[in-house]
Ligand binder design. Structure first.
Ligand code: 13P
Length: 258
C-alpha cells in the first residue's frame, strides 16, 4: 500500500448501450452511493457517455471516461470526437493509447502524445495505456518497449501536468485472454515503469503518479494485485461489464486502502 489514492476504472470498450448503462448505473450507484476511498471511473462509448452523464451527480462516487479523443479542436475529421464534446457530457478522464487503438487503428506514440496534450489543455485527465506483446517480453524487449512508449507519449509534458495523468500498464498478452500477469510480474514491471517516470520527471513526480494494472483483472485476483506497492488501481475490461463483478473489484481497492 502507498499514499497514492487508487483509481479503478472500467473500460467497457464497444459494449454497453445507453439504455444498458442506465440499468448498470442504477445498480452500481446503489452499491456505491457516495465517494469512496478509491477513485472509480467508467469508460463508456461516446453515445453511452451522453446518456450516463445525466445519471451522475456532481458528488457521485464515479467519474466518466471516454475511450478516445481527437487532438484537434474541431474541423473536417469525419467520425471523430473532440474535447469540447467530451466536456459537455461531464467526462473527466480520457483513455488514450489503448493497445487496441495502437494495433487495430494504427495509433503511434506521436499521435497519442498529441492527444495527451489536447486532453490536458482541455482540463481533463488522460489515462495513458502502455504495454508489451508476448513476443516483445519473451524477446527481451520489455523495458525498451515500455520506456519508448512512455517517452514518446509523454513528450513535452511537464512535471506539474503529471499530477493529472494516470498510467495504465496493460500487457497485451493479458488483455482479454484470461491470462493475468502474476502479481510479481505486474509489480516488477510497474516498478520499472515508475523508474522511467523518475528518469523523465524526477523521484517526487514518479512517486506521486498513479499506475494501474490492466489485463484479465477479476474479483478473484484483484486483492492480491492491488496489495503490491506499485499497483495503484486497475483498468478492467471484461470483468467490468457486469456491475456486481466490477463492484467486487472496486471493493478490493477500498479494502486495500483501509
Ligand atoms: P480485460 O480485463 O478484458 O482483459 O481487458 C483489459 C483492458 O484492455 C482494459 O483496458
Amino acid at each position: 500500500m502507498s499514499n497514492r489514492k487508487s483509481i479503478i476504472a472500467a473500460n467497457w470498450k464497444m459494449n454497453i448501450t445507453p439504455s444498458e448503462a442506465e440499468s448498470y448505473l442504477s445498480s452500481f450507484l446503489q452499491t456505491f452511493s457516495e465517494p469512496t476511498a478509491v477513485d472509480i471511473v467508467l469508460g463508456a462509448s461516446f453515445v453511452t457517455l451522453a446518456k450516463a452523464s445525466k445519471h451522475i451527480t456532481p458528488n457521485a462516487a464515479v467519474d466518466l471516461a471516454a475511450q478516445n479523443m481527437h487532438p484537434e479542436a474541431n474541423g473536417a475529421f469525419t467520425g471523430e470526437t473532440n474535447a469540447a464534446m467530451l466536456k459537455e457530457v461531464n467526462c473527466d478522464y480520457v483513455i488514450l493509447g489503448h493497445s487496441e487503438r495502437r494495433s487495430l487503428f494504427g495509433e503511434t506514440d506521436d499521435f497519442i502524445n498529441q492527444k495527451v496534450h489536447a486532453v490536458l489543455n482541455a482540463g481533463m485527465k488522460p489515462i495513458l495505456c502502455i504495454g508489451e506483446s508476448l513476443d516483445e517480453r519473451e524477446g527481451g524487449q520489455l523495458e525498451s518497449v515500455l520506456s519508448g512508449q512512455l517517452k514518446g507519449s509523454l513528450a513535452n509534458v511537464t512535471a506539474d501536468q503529471m499530477a493529472d495523468i494516470v498510467i495504465a500498464y496493460e500487457p497485451v498478452w493479458a488483455i482479454g485472454t484470461g491470462v493475468t500477469a502474476t502479481p510479481e510480474q505486474a509489480q516488477d514491471t510497474q516498478a520499472y515503469v515508475r523508474s522511467v517516470l523518475a528518469e523523465i520527471f524526477g523521484d517526487e513526480v514518479a512517486g506521486a503518479t498513479r499506475i494501474q494494472y490492466g489485463g484479465s483483472v477479476k474479483p478473484g485476483n484483484a486483492a492480491d494485485l492491488i496489495s503490491r506497492e506499485d499497483i495503484d488501481g486497475f483498468l478492467v475490461g471484461g470483468a467490468a461489464l457486469d456491475p456486481d463483478s466490477f463492484a467486487q473489484i472496486v471493493q478490493a481497492g477500498i479494502d486495500d486502502a483501509a
